[in-house]
Write a new protein. Structure first.
Length: 82
Protein backbone atom coordinates (compact mmCIF):
# COMPACT_ATOMS: atom_id res chain seq x y z
CA UNK A 1 0.00 0.00 0.00
CA UNK A 2 1.31 3.43 -0.91
CA UNK A 3 0.90 6.42 1.34
CA UNK A 4 -0.92 9.40 -0.06
CA UNK A 5 -0.25 12.90 1.18
CA UNK A 6 -2.20 16.07 0.68
CA UNK A 7 -1.27 19.54 1.77
CA UNK A 8 -3.97 21.42 3.63
CA UNK A 9 -4.11 25.16 4.13
CA UNK A 10 -4.40 26.51 7.64
CA UNK A 11 -4.88 30.00 9.02
CA UNK A 12 -4.21 31.55 12.41
CA UNK A 13 -6.69 33.87 14.06
CA UNK A 14 -6.22 35.76 17.29
CA UNK A 15 -8.49 34.43 20.02
CA UNK A 16 -11.37 36.92 20.26
CA UNK A 17 -11.33 39.05 23.37
CA UNK A 18 -7.82 37.92 24.31
CA UNK A 19 -5.41 40.86 24.16
CA UNK A 20 -1.64 40.48 23.91
CA UNK A 21 -0.11 39.36 27.22
CA UNK A 22 3.18 40.45 28.81
CA UNK A 23 5.56 38.61 31.10
CA UNK A 24 8.57 39.91 33.04
CA UNK A 25 11.32 37.41 33.75
CA UNK A 26 14.53 37.59 35.77
CA UNK A 27 17.36 36.11 33.72
CA UNK A 28 19.46 35.55 36.84
CA UNK A 29 17.15 33.30 38.87
CA UNK A 30 14.33 32.52 36.43
CA UNK A 31 11.49 33.91 38.54
CA UNK A 32 8.79 35.66 36.55
CA UNK A 33 5.73 37.83 36.91
CA UNK A 34 2.22 36.63 36.25
CA UNK A 35 1.21 37.28 32.67
CA UNK A 36 -0.69 40.53 32.31
CA UNK A 37 -2.31 42.56 29.53
CA UNK A 38 -0.36 45.64 30.70
CA UNK A 39 3.34 45.86 29.78
CA UNK A 40 3.87 48.39 32.57
CA UNK A 41 2.80 45.79 35.16
CA UNK A 42 5.42 43.35 33.86
CA UNK A 43 8.11 46.06 33.97
CA UNK A 44 7.06 47.09 37.48
CA UNK A 45 7.48 43.48 38.60
CA UNK A 46 11.03 43.51 37.20
CA UNK A 47 11.86 46.69 39.12
CA UNK A 48 10.43 45.34 42.38
CA UNK A 49 12.32 42.08 41.93
CA UNK A 50 15.53 44.03 41.24
CA UNK A 51 15.03 46.02 44.43
CA UNK A 52 14.45 42.88 46.49
CA UNK A 53 17.23 40.73 45.01
CA UNK A 54 19.71 43.12 43.35
CA UNK A 55 19.41 41.00 40.19
CA UNK A 56 20.03 43.22 37.17
CA UNK A 57 19.13 41.33 33.97
CA UNK A 58 15.51 41.03 32.84
CA UNK A 59 13.38 40.23 29.84
CA UNK A 60 9.86 41.44 29.13
CA UNK A 61 8.11 39.48 26.42
CA UNK A 62 4.73 39.83 24.75
CA UNK A 63 2.67 36.97 23.39
CA UNK A 64 -0.79 36.35 22.04
CA UNK A 65 -3.03 33.30 21.83
CA UNK A 66 -4.16 32.06 18.42
CA UNK A 67 -6.55 29.46 17.07
CA UNK A 68 -5.55 27.37 14.04
CA UNK A 69 -8.26 26.36 11.58
CA UNK A 70 -8.37 24.73 8.19
CA UNK A 71 -9.27 27.23 5.47
CA UNK A 72 -11.43 24.55 3.82
CA UNK A 73 -12.63 22.11 6.50
CA UNK A 74 -14.50 20.07 3.86
CA UNK A 75 -11.17 19.13 2.23
CA UNK A 76 -10.89 16.12 4.54
CA UNK A 77 -8.32 15.34 7.13
CA UNK A 78 -9.72 17.88 9.57
CA UNK A 79 -8.77 17.08 13.15
CA UNK A 80 -11.54 15.65 15.27
CA UNK A 81 -12.68 17.69 18.26
CA UNK A 82 -13.72 14.53 20.14
Amino acid sequence: MRARYRFLKWKLSAVPGMAARHLGKCLICGQHSVDTPDADDAQTWCLKHAGATRHGVYEVSAFQYFDAALTDPTAGGAPSMT
